[in-house]
Design a protein around this ligand. Sequence first.
Ligand SMILES: Nc1ncnc2c1ncn2[C@@H]1O[C@H](COP(=O)(O)OP(=O)(O)OP(=O)(O)O)[C@@H](O)[C@H]1O
Ligand SMILES: [Mg+2]
Length: 285
Amino acid sequence: MSAGIAGALVMETCFESGVSVQLQKLSKSFESAAGEELSALSEIDLRIEPGEFVAIVGPSGCGKSTLLSMIAGLERPSTGILRVDDEALTGPHPRAGVVFQSDYLLPWRTILGNVLLPIEIKGLDLNKYRSVADELLVQVGLSGFASKLPFELSGGMRQRAAICRAIIQRPGLLLMDEPFGALDALTREQMVSDLQALWMRLGNTVVFITHGIDEAIFLADRVIVLSPRPGRIDLEVKIDLPRPRKWADAHLHTQFHQAMVDIRDCFERRGILHAENLEQPAVQT
Ligand SMILES: Nc1ncnc2c1ncn2[C@@H]1O[C@H](COP(=O)(O)OP(=O)(O)OP(=O)(O)O)[C@@H](O)[C@H]1O
Ligand SMILES: [Mg+2]
């Protein structure tokens, strides 16, 4: 789907700029089935600037999806303050598009019907958006699949359709929860590069959750590392590599290597990675 998503959107829709997100001492607890309190996230302080690309990494169960759900306005914080564009968030934000950990396409709707779902829900003009949806699907390599049902597509194709659905609304804030986690390495590499192209073109704010440290460093302006549950910010790493970044070249860059070492050290200190299992990536100086 190279170069595609970005071109399709710029053609029809001029994106508004990205929004800011501010989290102040944000915590979230759940009540377990046994009635015990489970602290998922603790006192997260984070400001995300308009147009910034922030990646969040952390061990399984540390509260990443919970954090994303709160920023999307789908889950309420237990304590703390959450503002989007300096306004307290009280429900789903109209300028947020979400790509969930699973693609969550509705199995009974066609691919086109799925992409248009947010437009339908909001009661917007379907005719106006049908051509945008068609063009998006073409650009992500899904031409000819608009009338298929999700089960007829591969995992990567379904995830591309889910991305189309998230961006058709021109989100100033794109929230992505491990969107490429289930893809094979080659498809993932392609989609990561395409996402960079999309974001560079549109300048929206992106919060991207991933287990892939390399994916996070490649894409982000800033990588946030969360501790094991209850998730707290353990480390922030700024990534200044020039853009556009190329997958293979970026991995050879000294700064990429250093960020990788710092993040892995952080996991190692927490006992999530063990030194003897670590492979050191090659460095080009
Ligand atoms: N609705 C809920 N009710 C009760 N507990 C929940 C709920 N949602 C999440 N949790 C708990 O909160 C913690 C954080 O869950 P979350 O899904 O945010 O983790 P995660 O970092 O996204 O994990 P993964 O990397 O495996 O996706 C987990 O212990 C989970 O069991
Ligand atoms: Mg998760």
